[in-house]
Structures are given as structure tokens and as C-alpha cells.
Write a protein that binds this ligand. Structure first.
Ligand SMILES: [Zn+2]
Ligand SMILES: [Zn+2]
Ligand SMILES: [Zn+2]
Length: 106
């Protein structure tokens, strides 16, 4: 009889340990990025491109006499690739882009 009880306690302790272990290792969606792993870039509003302010996104400078000149600032494209992001996305620094927050040692 004693053997059975001690066996039961062992099982109980084991399952308790597993539960506690699982809880402490639980990965939660990152609160900073809502689990996406990235933010929308605020510099380009998520477009990955920034409009050229020099020509207003036209790619050309228009003159009063009707002539136009290719904008040297953006080389006629009207936009720049945004240097602050990757295709409009910025990796979340809080979760290193994984989207999950690990609570280690809690
Ligand atoms: Zn950007
Ligand atoms: Zn331009
Ligand atoms: Zn995050």
C-alpha cells in the first residue's frame, strides 16, 4: 500500500513540475507588435518608399514657361526607397522579429 501512495505522489509531483515548467516557458504574442514581429514603418507609412519632397513625387521639376526638367534629387522617379525599413516593415526590437515574447526565468 505504501508503495502505491508514494508512486501516486511521485506522479503528482511530476505532473506539477511539468505544468510549472510549461507555464514558465509559455510564449506569448509580443505586446509591442501584437505578435506580428514587425511594425509599419513610420518614415514611409509602410510603403517602403518615400516621396521625393524636391519634386513633390512628380519626378520632374516644372517651370513656368512650360518646360520641365528631370528631378535630380530622385532621378525622375519621384520617390526614394525608404532607408529605414524593409519593404515598409521594421523588425520589432522587443521580440527580434519573432512575434513572440519569451518569459525566461519567471
Ligand atoms: Zn520605411
Ligand atoms: Zn524628385
Ligand atoms: Zn514584437
Amino acid at each position: 500500500m505504501k508503495k502505491i501512495i508514494s508512486g501516486l505522489i511521485l506522479v503528482l509531483v511530476l505532473s506539477l513540475t511539468v505544468t510549472v515548467f510549461a507555464t514558465s516557458r509559455k510564449d506569448e504574442p509580443c505586446r509591442s507588435c501584437n505578435g506580428r514581429g514587425w511594425y509599419k514603418c513610420t518614415m514611409c507609412n509602410g510603403h517602403g518608399q518615400r516621396r521625393c519632397s524636391f519634386c513633390g513625387g512628380e519626378g520632374y521639376i516644372f517651370y513656368r514657361d512650360g518646360s520641365k526638367e528631370t528631378c535630380e534629387n530622385c532621378r525622375g522617379k519621384g520617390w526614394f526607397p525608404c532607408g529605414s525599413c524593409d519593404e515598409g516593415k521594421v523588425e520589432c526590437y522587443a521580440c527580434y522579429g519573432t512575434g513572440v515574447q519569451r518569459y525566461v526565468g519567471q
